[in-house]
Design a binder for this molecule. Structure first.
Ligand SMILES: [Zn+2]
Length: 142
């Protein structure tokens, strides 16, 4: 679980060197993350989960809002270095312009919108995991 949480946010480490939405926001990076975890932990299921977690970050940024060119994410790196942007604006861009009047209201709305969209999905996944865990502890029950 902790590995997946870290993999879900790690693509944004590119803010540290100012190349946001480039190589770390790609399926190639997602696969590399999974391979690193596979080599380190020797757990194929965990490696796939980490790659998928990393990939969801790429997917959500592709579906999000972006107003800083080049728009989108370098999703298919290393196959190509094109930027892909769904232009769907399902998720709001997080503002880092703290000096603007709407900084808190905009980012508050962005967080609320993500919780409303992803919260039910997380609840369903958690319920399925709990059920599977109960079944493995008490085989034969429903
Ligand atoms: Zn990102």
């Amino acid at each position: 679980m902790m590995f997946c949480a870290v993999a879900g946010v790690l693509p944004d480490i590119d803010f540290a060197w100012g190349g946001h939405n480039r190589q770390t926001h790609s399926l190639g990076a997602a696969i590399l993350a999974g391979l690193v975890v596979l080599a380190w932990k020797r757990q194929p299921g965990l490696a796939v989960a980490v790659a998928l977690s990393w990939g969801t970050h790429v997917l959500f940024d592709w579906l999000g809002s972006d107003d800083t060119p080049p728009l989108g994410v370098m999703a298919l790196w290393p196959l190509n270095s094109n930027f892909y942007f769904a232009d769907a604006h399902i998720f709001e861009a997080i503002s880092r312009r703290y000096w603007l009047d709407n900084f808190y209201t905009h980012n508050g709305w962005a967080v609320l919108k993500e919780l409303l969209i992803l919260g039910p999905v997380a609840a369903v996944v958690t319920a399925f995991r709990s059920r599977a865990r109960r079944r493995s502890r008490h085989p034969g029950t429903t």
